[in-house]
Design a protein around this ligand. Sequence first.
Ligand code: PMP
Length: 430
Amino acid sequence: MYEYTSSKTLFERAQQCIPGGVNSPVRAFKSVGGNPIFIKKAIGAYLYDEDGNQYIDYIASWGPMILGHAFEPVIKAIQKKAEDSTSFGAPTQLEVEMAELIKSLAPNMDLIRMVNSGTEACMSAIRLARGYTGRNKFIKFEGCYHGHADMFLVKAGSGLATFGIQNVPGVTEGVAKDTLTAPYNNLEAVNRLVAENKNEIAAIIVEPIAGNMGCVLPEPGFLEGLRKICDEERILLVFDEVMTGFRLSPGGAQQKLSIDADLVTYGKVIGAGLPVGAFGGKKEIMAHIAPIGNVYQAGTLSGNPLAMIAGFTLLNELKSNPTIYDELESKTIYLKNGLKEVFTAAELDYTINQYGSMLSIFFTKNKVFDFETAAMTNSSLFKKFFHAMLMRGVYLPPSAFESWFLNNAISYSDLDKTISAAKESLADIL
Ligand code: PMP
């Protein structure tokens, strides 16, 4: 039986000095209940909490720990770089090497600008799309999450879906009215919005594989359809690859699905766990960013040397060893098949969506292809399942609306333990 004495004490202290005791809402376990686990360290596939409990980690810091925690080359590179100071606020050779490396992986990135988070990357990409096209509106999809900038907090996924937050106080009507929303995978709705807002839409932003309403895959033709609409209507197609970039393949979802976006946003993975984001695209568009153009965008710590060396080391590792992606996918499929067997034997209603190393279970028998179908999941069963798994040393995202992320340090024996834990958990809770 796991003891959580230290985590409980820390959560009490945390609530006295941090809103809700956490620095990002989903971490608070509010939707699954119980006390959040305070993590002390992580190595390879495992997290260790302040009480010394060990967990197999299926969050991977929400994506970036693709090769496992404390990956030695990354840690060594950060340590060495830190000796040369932690920030200059001036250009460095490493930033050039990093941009060149990303260009070599995602060839349609003529120019790329580093920022400090996925939120910054997405809000900057939309500002640029607006500045470039001279139009104000943009389309996003229900259940997709592009960070917490005002204009994205409309029918958003991730924590907003988890807590059922529809309208965010503080986001003005003026801002929200330029955010148009359509159901994921629904080209008809997009066509309607485009027709109703002729020559007013700057961009369509989409998670090419959605991960923020759980993992939801694009139907065949959906992304191709968006590309066509954008071409016909002079709208910019923005792929939010904050989760998928360098996780699904060296060139991200663009490469995996053979569709080029006009602008792409990255985060998480390119910082290997340090705070980084980036946005990039065609030169013709990116050249509108300051200091070449007047679309202003800046950051004191952007291109920070520690973040750059961490990401540079990780991306080089992924580039030089692309078989990692097949290994990760095989492990994810193994887990999916094992869970399917367990859920089927337990006569549960379930759907599992999986793409590459992303996976989600939904406790519903319906096909899950957009937010409405994702929301059919039995949240109270998920809540029980989450805690039963946690007690057996398996750390899942504490929300029915987040994707699981596998890391390559997870072994087949860890996967077997996870599948057995699922079987025992269901025996406990059903
Ligand atoms: N876009 C996507 C697809 C994301 O998943 C996230 C974060 N979960 C963001 C943007 C925002 O990134 P950040 O939390 O680094 O601001």
